[in-house]
Design a protein around this ligand. Structure first.
Ligand code: PMP
Length: 353
């Protein structure tokens, strides 16, 4: 009889909240849809694809377009099916069974998941009480546990806080382990290490098209690292990991830097507006709804009754991310920000009556 092995036997398929919600603020996606001119350019480009042929194995044009936008050498870029796949390739490449990976308690859950699939141990460091990353503790833990890798997001999902660049630098310089720095949300902040990645032999930076660029549907993410590590990643990934349509779309989108910058500006305006609504609610109901000042396109809120608010919103067709005693709410269109805020307020009013 075939029996399932330990590492998969209790796994369940990833299940983002399904159902029909008219306002979706749960996945930190962009609320901006592509303008018609860029859609047309994409369409023309995709139609030129040779669908009977395998795609370019290294997605060179797409990587070059990305590299130009971010000002990094194309020879230091590897592309994947979303940064999710890139994380998995990195773990497969640089970890072996039994190795230790250091992660943060409040961070993107897929790091520990992919580490478990390569049969590695995750050692979890608690965040400071104010949710910031305790850099000294991380360094100490990496050394004590002889970890091979430390991985974290900056700005952080879910706290929406950013670790200052000099602190990230200090961490990278203090450990021999590979530092995987996930800058999925860095377009919304200003503490990137992208311009200096080549100074380090132990740093990989992750980027995604799913957030500021507004292209979650095409599944496109990148690793930027020195040439030695890039070569390993290209060798470990599956040969044709990125389909030709995604490559074409990515190439076109990064060729519109002004469009991308305008998206970032619009999302930041929306994020600030959402945070302002939340600060107002927080003043009205002291202690019941405490938003964290955001550095990404979502707000992390400590709630006295997160589940109650979550269920109320759900009943109104609004979905946000429920995380125990916190909610994580993505910035949406103006009216979505208004509606979600009104409904939170209505729930809290009802609950305090
Ligand atoms: N890193 C972080 C920190 C994320 O929040 C997410 C998506 N929620 C990802 C990576 C994965 O992004 P992608 O869509 O590129 O797989």
């Amino acid at each position: 009889m075939f029996t399932l092995n330990e590492k998969v036997k209790n796994l369940k398929p990833y299940d983002p909240i399904s159902g029909n919600y008219h306002i979706r603020l749960d996945a930190n996606e962009s609320f901006i849809t592509l303008p018609q001119e860029i859609k047309q350019e994409i369409s023309d480009r995709v139609l030129c694809n040779h669908f009977n042929r395998y795609p370019d194995p290294c997605a060179e044009e797409c990587c070059a377009s990305f590299a130009k936008y971010f000002g990094v050498p194309a020879s230091c870029v590897m592309a994947g099916n979303g940064s999710d796949e890139v994380i998995s390739v990195i773990m497969n490449a640089f970890l072996q069974k039994g190795d230790t990976v250091v992660t943060l308690a409040r961070d993107f859950s897929m790091y520990a998941f992919y580490a478990s699939l390569v049969e590695c141990r995750s050692v979890v460091v608690e965040n400071n009480p104010d949710y910031t990353i305790p850099v000294d503790n991380v360094i100490e833990t990496v050394k004590r546990e002889k970890a091979r890798m430390v991985v974290f997001s900056n700005p952080c999902n879910p706290t929406s806080l950013v670790l200052p660049r000099e602190e990230v630098r200090r961490l990278v310089q203090s450990v021999d382990a590979l530092v995987v720095l996930d800058e999925a949300y860095m377009d919304f902040s200003d503490q990137s290490l992208l311009s200096e990645f080549s100074k380090y032999d132990n740093l990989i930076i992750l980027k995604t098209c799913s957030k500021a660029i507004g292209m979650a549907g095409i599944r496109l993410g990148f690793a930027v690292t020195n040439e030695t590590l890039t070569k390993v990643l290209l060798a470990v990934k599956s040969p044709y990991n990125l389909n030709s349509m995604t490559q074409a779309v990515g190439t076109v989108v990064f060729d519109h830097p002004e469009y991308i910058r305008s998206c970032v500006r619009r999302i930041l305006e929306s994020r600030d507006e959402l945070y302002e609504h939340f600060c107002r609610i927080s003043k009205e109901f002291p202690g019941a709804f405490v938003p964290q000042k955001p550095e990404a396109n979502f707000v992390y809120v400590l709630c006295k009754d997160a589940e109650g608010i979550f269920n109320h919103l759900k009943s109104k067709g609004i979905i946000v991310r429920f995380m125990g005693d916190h909610l994580r709410i993505s910035a949406g269109r103006n009216y979505e920000n208004e509606v979600v805020s009104e409904e939170i307020e209505a729930y809290l009013k009802g609950a305090t009556q």
